[in-house]
Design a protein around this ligand. Structure first.
Ligand code: LMR
Length: 396
C-alpha cells in the first residue's frame, strides 16, 4: 500500500511535566513523594473534589435538562459570575470595557489569548524565564517568536532590571506575558510597587499585556492575588487575561478556564470578541460544559460561595504552613530553603543539578520537575522531614 505523509513524523518526547505523573504512578515505593505536576494535595496527600463543587454538581445533575450545544463562548453565566472575583466589583469604569469567553482550562485561555494576539498582528511575545513550559510550546506551535528575559535574580527576587530591559528592547506591537500571581515555577511574584512600575512601562510603550492568572486565591487571597491584574486592567487601554479554575476550584481534568479581553473602546469589543469566537470554533468548537456550570452554580449561591472560599483558605493556609516549615530548615546541604517561605502558590524552584534531581528520584522516590521545581503541596507534616533529609543527602 502506498504511503503518503505520516511516515515523515519523527517521535516527540512526552511532555516532561505530564510524564512525571506516570513515572510516579509506576513507582512501587510506599514512601514516594510527588512534588511534580501542579495539583493541590491535602495533609493526607489527596486531591479531593471541593465540597462546594460536589454540592453544585449534585444540583447540576438534578436541574440540567439539556446538554444541547451552547456556542463557542461557552457558558456566559460562568464567564460573568467570575468577573467580579477577578476584576473587582468596585470600579464602574470597567463596565463595557471587559468581555470574556469560556475556554478549555487555563491552557485554552492562554492558547486563545496568544492566537488572538497573533491574529491582531503581534509577532513577538516577551516571556520571563523560567516560565510554565507550555507558554513557550504554545508560542512555538502558533509560529510566534518567544523573546525571553530573566524573571528572577539568583538571589530569588524579581529581576526588574531584566524586565525594564525587555520593555526597552521590545518593538511596538509586541506582547508581554506576565503571571498574575503565584509565578509558575518560581513562586516569586511582583510586589504592588513593581506592578505600579509595570503599568508605567506599559503606558510608555504600546505593548499588549497578556496576563496569565492560573492560581488566584492560592497566594495571599482572591483580592490580593488579582491586585496586579486589576492595576493593569484599570490603567491600560488593552489587555488579555487568561484564567484557570483548575486549581482554585480543584477542577483540573474538567478543563475550566476563560479568556477576558479588555479594551478602552467598547465600540471595538464586538470585533475583538468575534475573532475570539472564530478561533475557538476552529480549535475546539466550544469548551466542555460540566466544570464551568459547576463553578457558575457555586458563584450564584451565597452558601456555596462561602464554602468554596473556606476550602480555598484551608488550602492556602496549608501551603503557607509547609512553606514556613521549609524556610525554618534554612540551609540544607547546598540549598537555602529560607526564600521558599516568602514565595507564593504551589511552586518554588530549588537550585539543583539534573544529577541531584535524578538521584532524589532514584534513591529517595522524590519526584520533581527537571527544572528543580517542587510542588510544595506534595509535602506533608508526615513526609517533609524525609524530603529535607534526602535534600541534604544529595547535595552534601
Ligand atoms: C503545572 O505547571 O504543573 C500545571 O500547570 C499543570 C500543567 O498543565 O502543566
Amino acid at each position: 500500500m502506498a504511503r503518503a505523509m505520516l511516515e515523515t513524523l519523527t517521535p516527540q518526547p512526552p511532555d516532561a511535566l505530564l510524564a512525571l505523573i506516570k513515572l510516579y504512578g509506576d513507582d512501587p515505593r510506599a514512601d514516594k513523594i510527588d512534588l511534580g505536576v501542579g495539583v493541590y494535595r491535602t495533609g493526607q496527600g489527596d486531591t479531593p473534589v471541593f465540597g462546594a463543587i460536589k454540592a453544585s454538581e449534585q444540583r447540576l445533575l438534578e436541574t440540567q435538562d439539556s446538554k444541547s450545544y451552547l456556542g463557542p463562548e461557552g457558558d456566559m453565566g460562568f464567564v460573568r459570575a467570575l468577573m467580579p472575583w477577578i476584576f473587582g466589583s468596585a470600579d464602574p469604569t470597567l463596565v463595557g470595557r471587559i468581555e470574556g469567553m469560556q475556554a478549555p482550562g487555563g491552557t485554552g485561555g492562554v492558547r486563545l489569548a496568544l492566537a488572538l494576539a497573533k491574529k491582531a498582528g503581534v509577532a513577538g511575545v516577551w516571556l520571563g524565564l523560567p516560565s510554565w513550559p507550555n507558554h513557550a510550546q504554545i508560542l512555538a506551535d502558533l509560529g510566534m517568536e518567544a523573546c525571553t528575559f530573566a524573571h528572577a535574580t539568583p538571589a530569588g527576587t524579581v529581576d526588574m532590571d531584566a524586565l525594564r530591559g525587555a520593555f526597552a528592547a521590545a518593538l511596538p506591537g509586541d506582547a508581554l506575558l506576565l503571571h498574575g500571581c503565584c509565578h509558575n515555577p518560581t513562586g516569586i511574584d511582583h510586589s504592588p510597587a513593581q506592578w505600579d512600575e509595570i503599568v508605567g512601562l506599559f503606558a510608555a510603550k504600546p505593548l499588549l499585556p497578556v496576563l496569565d492568572l492560573a492560581y488566584q486565591g492560592l497566594g495571599h487571597g482572591m483580592d490580593e492575588d488579582a491586585a496586579g491584574v486589576r492595576k493593569v486592567v484599570a490603567a491600560l487601554p488593552e489587555a488579555l487575561v487568561a484564567y484557570s479554575c483548575d486549581k482554585n476550584f480543584g477542577l483540573y481534568r474538567d478543563r475550566v478556564g476563560a479568556l477576558y479581553v479588555v479594551t478602552d473602546d467598547p465600540g471595538r469589543m464586538g470585533a475583538i470578541v468575534s475573532n475570539g469566537h472564530a478561533l475557538a470554533r476552529a480549535n475546539w468548537s466550544m469548551p466542555p460544559d460540566h466544570g464551568a456550570a459547576a463553578v457558575r452554580i457555586v458563584l450564584e449561591d451565597e452558601a456555596l460561595t462561602r464554602q468554596w472560599l473556606d476550602e480555598l483558605d484551608t488550602m492556602r493556609a496549608r501551603m503557607r504552613q509547609v512553606r514556613a516549615r521549609l524556610a525554618e530548615a534554612g540551609r540544607v546541604g547546598t540549598v537555602d530553603l529560607t526564600p521558599v517561605g516568602s514565595q507564593n502558590g504551589l511552586f518554588s524552584v530549588l537550585p539543583l543539578t539534573p544529577d541531584q534531581i535524578l538521584k532524589l528520584r532514584s534513591a529517595h522516590g522524590i519526584y520533581m520537575a527537571g527544572s528543580g521545581r517542587i510542588n510544595v503541596a506534595g509535602l506533608t507534616m508526615g513526609n517533609i522531614d524525609k524530603f529535607i533529609a534526602a535534600l541534604a543527602a544529595v547535595t552534601a
